[in-house]
Design a protein around this ligand. Structure first.
Ligand SMILES: CC(C)(COP(=O)(O)OP(=O)(O)OC[C@H]1O[C@@H](n2cnc3c(N)ncnc32)[C@H](O)[C@@H]1OP(=O)(O)O)[C@@H](O)C(=O)NCCC(=O)NCCS
Length: 346
């Protein structure tokens, strides 16, 4: 192996994927995506160098398809990639020297894998324009199919006596078909998209949902929606049916984060970032512009502020006063403790 100093690089991976009848990529699976940086481990550097040399990679961001002949000469330094030698499917190497907006399906999928492999945190890389890059796909028991080719595939399957099951039609596949990070439980796979960051010790119940470029630090209990760009700190609990505001539609442009040991009550909603040890009462939707009455510990009324002025503050309880309907914010002591039995992942 050469000892020359490597050029800095952002990420790379060797993947196997599916194409439609026109030869356009539908999806790519990267079993061992790698993240670069200034000091990559010697193992990662060796794999990167070996692949780069084999494929004639000359720098910059490149997507290079790999032929069966090339795979047969894959050097031992790239041992993670030896199983690819037997591939009957299209194989592609993605080299990203810099973190710019993804321009192709393989680049976009590599970046989604980086998130779900916990190599990059939400907001930690450039995903600008990813919706335009990703094609819509029918996700079936026979793999990814271009929706335009689905009727023919369905007929063919029926005629052969083995019906095709279409699980969903979406630009993003379910994460656990690509990555199952350690120490998690996910009760309904379709509700966690590839590109979610699911921290160790996270349980996502049937009502829970985690979008791409969003996630949990772990441990967490997720029975509500973690919208795109939302980050949930360790020990926080999202109650059944609760909602966090994303930034993809609807005008909200402030990414929502939830600190450590917070509780979003069942059917509540959150439109501001929270600090640590905060609770939102069950059923209360806290929007950023809502006017909130501050209530002191002795029960006396204080100022009225907009909820967004309380963004990021710790130790707050938000509730709707059941007698007068006013939105109130009270200081709370202590924190919500997660039920240890519910968080056992063994
Ligand atoms: C908001 C919430 C946290 C308050 O719980 P709490 O801090 O334990 O408060 P308590 O129920 O002990 O009530 C304390 C006092 O506040 C009063 N109070 C509670 N909620 C009130 C409200 N919305 N308006 C007016 N008073 C209220 C109580 O009546 C009680 O008054 P008292 O001191 O005169 O007896 C709780 O109601 C809640 O919504 N929890 C969420 C649980 C949940 O959804 N978990 C997820 C399941 S999936």
């Amino acid at each position: 192996m050469s000892n020359k100093a490597m050029d800095p690089w952002f990420a790379f991976g060797l993947g196997v994927g599916s194409k439609n009848a026109q030869g356009a990529w539908l999806e790519v699976f990267f079993p061992a995506p790698q993240i670069g940086g200034d000091l990559p481990s010697s193992h990662v550097a060796a794999e990167h160098d070996a692949l780069a040399k084999l494929l004639g990679y000359s720098g910059g961001n490149q997507v290079i398809e790999v032929t069966a002949e090339q795979l047969k000469t894959l050097p031992l330094a790239a041992k993670t990639y030896q199983p690819f030698v037997d591939s009957s499917r299209p194989v592609v190497a993605v080299f990203l020297a810099s973190d710019v907006a993804p321009e192709s399906v393989p680049e976009a999928y590599l970046k989604l894998h980086l998130l779900s492999h916990r190599l990059v945190q939400p907001h930690g890389q450039n995903l600008t324009g990813i919706f335009k890059v990703l094609p819509n796909v029918a996700w079936t028991n026979l793999g990814a199919i271009d929706p335009a080719e689905l009727p023919a595939a369905q007929l063919k399957a029926r005629l052969s006596g083995a019906p095709l099951t279409v699980r969903m039609v979406d630009k993003f596949p379910q994460m656990i078909d690509y990555v199952v990070p350690s120490g998690i439980r996910i009760a309904d796979g379709a509700r966690v998209r590839l590109g979610a960051y699911v921290g160790s010790g996270t349980t996502v119940m049937q009502e829970g949902f985690i979008n791409f470029n969003a996630g949990t630090e772990g441990p967490n209990m997720i029975e509500g929606r973690v919208s795109s760009s939302v980050w949930v700190g360790a020990g926080s609990d999202l109650g059944g049916g609760c909602s966090t505001m994303g930034i993809l539609s609807g005008g909200n442009s402030t990414p929502i984060s939830i600190g450590k040991n917070c509780l979003l009550g069942a059917n509540s909603g959150l439109g501001i970032p929270l600090g640590d040890d905060c609770t939102v009462e069950s059923g209360l939707y806290l929007t950023a512009a809502s006017k909130v009455r501050l209530v002191a510990r002795d029960g006396s009324d204080g100022r009225t502020v907009k909820a967004r002025e309380l963004a990021g503050r710790s130790g707050l309880l938000f509730r709707r006063n059941s007698l007068n309907g006013a939105l109130e914010c009270l200081p709370i002591k202590g924190s919500i403790e997660l039920n240890a039995d519910l968080h056992d992942h063994n």
